[in-house]
Design a protein around this ligand. Sequence first.
Ligand SMILES: Cc1cc2nc3c(=O)[nH]c(=O)nc-3n(C[C@H](O)[C@H](O)[C@H](O)COP(=O)(O)O)c2cc1C
Length: 305
Amino acid sequence: MSNVELSVKIGSLELKNPVLLASGTVGYGNEIAQYTDLSKLGGIVTKSLSLKPRKGNPPQRIVETPSGMLNAIGLANVGVEVFVKEKIPFLKELNTTLICNIAASSIEEYVECTKILDGEDAIQAFEINVSCPNVKEGGLEFGNDVNAVGRITEKVRAVTKKTLIIKLSPNVSRISDFAKVVKEEGGDAVSAINTLVGTSFNIFTRKPKIKNITGGLSGPAIKPVALAKVLEISRNVDIPIIGIGGIMNWKDAAEFIIAGAAAVQLGTINFINPNAGVEIVEGLKTFCEQTSVNKISELTASYQL
Ligand SMILES: Cc1cc2nc3c(=O)[nH]c(=O)nc-3n(C[C@H](O)[C@H](O)[C@H](O)COP(=O)(O)O)c2cc1C
């Protein structure tokens, strides 16, 4: 029998373990649920929701790249109302922590979405996406502006007592300045990172492989960048960090935790192995047992520089 304590705290939110599934890679949970046991995970983060439904960008929206992928989905989603009516009943039954990700094109829209969802008991936390590189309005325009991120945090904080996580963009020069403003304005945690802006051409047609021209790069290709961002935040700001970027196995997850993450999210790997989350929880447990770590939270920011 293992005595390792895998539970972690993110603000007031207690997760049964530090492994979450990342927004946009598991829809609203229903598609992945048949391939894995979501109740064994720390939680899931649902696809970014906007006030009204969005169709997203025209195809081609996804392309494979060396050690990664580019996507420009453009925040296609059902909108908050349909989410509440049609998606929450299923998510409620999953016995895992539900974190709702919200994206918007104005501060008012972020606030309105949060207000509507705040009434749902099934939702334990919000992750605010200020960092989507694939939409013209909102997205990176907010994610690149420290003052805008501060204002969004402040205004959303005012309408919810639930755990508030702000998902940061890596497409900035000092990510820790953004984490600092999130903390000052009452955010409970930051997620780092969202995708990096990238592109790819077909050399014969000379056209971009993605209709949107640029997309968000994810997968193992971004892991060292993501780790450096997590470490930078950890060294400069006292705020819980959720590490994201290219995690493929438990070793990658452990690396993020050591670099400063209290929890991690898995994105691209879900398309390759939808059971990866459960396997990573098991791997982390064994790693802790074998290295005499009693509580996984002791590993957070345990780097020796
Ligand atoms: C197809 C796809 C769709 C995504 N959609 C969203 C989204 O709606 N909202 C969001 O905050 N992040 C979104 N992301 C970003 C992921 O949540 C994650 O931050 C990123 O992919 C890096 O993690 P990974 O390397 O493990 O995939 C998306 C990523 C992919 C690959």
